[in-house]
Structure formats: C-alpha cells, structure tokens
Design a protein around this ligand. Structure first.
Ligand code: UFG
Length: 323
C-alpha cells in the first residue's frame, strides 16, 4: 500500500505519516516546508509547493498512490481573518491541483470543527449546521464540498475528518507541536510555566461557563493519527465517503488547562486575565460517537492530564522545538 501524505512535515501530518510508517505503509510525503519542519519526518520528502500546478502535476505523473491524506494548509484562524484571499488560495487550490490528476484515488481530508461556526447545541455532531464564522473554517468547508461533488460524479471517494483542538506530543517526547508564531493554549501555557515564554493571557473569564473561561475538546495528536489510519482503511476496503468528528467528547476550560499544566510542570503558569478574543466560540466539544461506531476508533488519551504530560515532556526535551 502506497500513500501520499501532503503537509507531512506539519504537526498532525508528521504524526500521521509516522503512524502509517510504523504499520508498514509505504508513505510519500510532500511538503513545501513553509510551516512544516524537516526534522518532523525522517522518511523521503518531495519538497514541493502544491500551488505550483505544473510542478505538482509533473511530480504526480510519475507516481501511483492507493490513497492520499491531505493536510497541507494554513491553520491560523486569526490570520485567516486578516488575509482571507491567502487562505482561500492555500487551503483550496492545492486540493484542486491534486484532484485534477488523482482521479479515482480515495482522499482522507483534514477538516475542522471550525466548519460549524458557533455551536447551537452543547456538543457538536456531524449533522450540526455548517456556518463558519471565519475564512479558515470557510475554506475547510469549501474543500469538503469539492470532495463531495467529486464523489457524486464518481471521481473518487473521501473521508473528511473534523478535528477539535489538536494537542500533545509523541509519548517519547521526540515529536511535538512547533508553530511559528505559536498561538495555541497548551504550548503557550507550558512555555510560560517553564520560563521559555512570556506569561499567558487568558482570553476572558466572563463567559457563561462554570469558571468563566472558554471550553475546548483537546484531542491528542496520536489519536488523530490513528483516526486517519482507520479512515484510510475504511476507504481502501471500499467504504463510502463520509465525514467524522474527532474529539474526546469531554470539554476542558482554559483555567483547567492552566491548573493542569502548572501541576505537571511543578510550577504555576504565570498568567493574567485579558479581554475575550474576537471570534472565539464559548464552548466547542465534539460528539464523536460516529467515528467510534463507523471506524471503531477510540481515543487513547481521554484525560487532559495524560495529554498535557506528553506535551510537557516534549517542551522539556526540546526547548527550541524543531529549530
Ligand atoms: N486561549 C487563551 N490564551 C491564549 C491562547 C488561547 O486564553 O493565549 C484560549 C482561547 O481563547 C480558546 C482556548 O484557549 O478558548 C484554545 O485556543 P487555541 O488558540 O489553542 O485553539 P482554538 O480553539 O482557537 O483553535 C483551534 C485550532 C484551529 C481550529 C479551531 C476550531 O487551533 O485550527 O480550534 O475552532 F480551527
């Protein structure tokens, strides 16, 4: 089995590429290294910009793949609000270039709970209305629609995986989250506690939640990797196209994250309370029953502390990340 992983030097892409490789899958990675890190993936790499249609088509012309897992994208919600055209180009055009060539090849797509917009129910199931409230979510939804239309025309099946908040690091502490700039809560809290970064600002404690801070569903990056493997298996066994949420179904507040990080680092997280961040939904928690039912997927990291512990190990072992 030969699988193409685009964006395979990124945070979730590299975790998935390693997961497949450990299970005997032949993995080819494409990454332009604009966001990804060469050290995140030990195997063969085609350093290629998927926005370059000719280069992309030329490279694919010489290859045969049984499936594709498409991660390559930009992933900052705030940046997408400032630079919407850049996000539409980066998050939709590469998929067009791939699907122009890879007729009939099944695609596992990296989608997001950001496609739902503001939640209307306490937990989000796949049939929740999709009304994204930022360009990032809109581009992920557009890509899902492209895949849906391609499937309806008989041009190839897909699995769209809607992640909640990806977090954590490999259990051996060798691979983890390294964004530049880093905007995500868990790495910022750990860096603040370990004295590697500035104090954390909590974006609001006046929300209508038990402790006043926002609630998210943090899902371990290796659990996302295992779900991609399951979704790929589903497609390769002839399963139908579909979408699946990936989360634990448990919400944790920002304050709970800070307390957990402080406890595991052995020192409290220096922090201050700031105003709400524009565009933040109050609560985002997955109903991921469908992935359990259809794909037989179970997240191994159910407790926040177990997940955070892996991230703390990574930040202690690799204070400069992949730099
Ligand atoms: N937060 C803070 N202070 C910070 C950073 C974050 O209080 O310095 C809070 C946020 O307000 C939010 C929570 O911590 O309540 C998590 O924030 P992250 O920035 O870590 O993650 P988001 O929930 O904003 O975004 C994540 C992914 C996106 C995805 C989105 C779906 O990073 O790629 O979930 O809404 F699109």
């Amino acid at each position: 089995m030969k699988i193409l992983v685009t964006g395979g030097c990124g945070y979730i892409g590299s975790a998935t590429a390693r997961w497949l490789h450990r299970r005997g899958v032949e993995v080819s990675v494409i990454d332009d290294l604009s966001e990804g890190h060469r050290r995140a993936w030990d195997g063969a790499l085609a350093e290629l910009d998927l926005l370059d249609r000719d280069a992309c088509h030329r490279w694919l012309a010489d290859q045969h793949f049984d499936g594709v897992i498409h991660f390559a994208a930009r992933c900052y919600v705030g940046e997408s609000v400032q630079q919407p055209v850049r996000y539409w180009r980066a998050n939709v055009v590469p998929l067009i270039h791939l699907t122009e060539v890879l007729e009939g090849v099944p695609i596992v797509f990296s989608s997001s709970c950001a496609t739902y917009g503001f939640p209307r129910t306490p937990t989000l199931a796949e049939d929740h209305p999709q009304q994204p409230v930022n360009p990032y979510g809109a581009t992920k939804l557009a890509a899902e629609r492209l895949l849906n239309d391609r499937d309806a025309a008989g041009l190839g099946r897909f699995a769209a995986l809607r992640y909640f908040n990806a977090a954590g690091a490999s259990a051996d502490g060798r691979h983890g989250e390294h964004h530049d700039p880093e905007t995500h809560l868990i790495p910022l809290a750990i860096r603040a506690a370990l004295g590697q970064g500035s104090p954390l600002t909590v974006f609001g404690t006046d929300w209508d939640t038990p402790d006043g801070s926002c609630i998210r569903d943090y899902i371990h990056v290796d659990d996302l990797a295992s779900a991609h493997y399951r979704a790929l298996e589903h497609l390769l066994e002839g399963g139908e196209s579909d979408v699946w949420n990936l989360g634990t179904g448990r919400g944790s507040s920002v304050i709970e994250v800070i307390e957990t990080v402080g406890r595991l680092c052995g020192t409290p997280v220096p922090h201050e309370i700031g105003p709400r961040r524009e565009g933040d939904p109050q609560t985002l928690v997955a109903n991921a029953d469908k992935a359990r039912r259809d794909l037989g997927w179970e997240p191994a990291y159910r407790e926040l502390a177990a997940l955070v512990e892996t991230a703390v190990r990574w930040h202690k072992q690799q204070p400069a990340g992949y730099a």
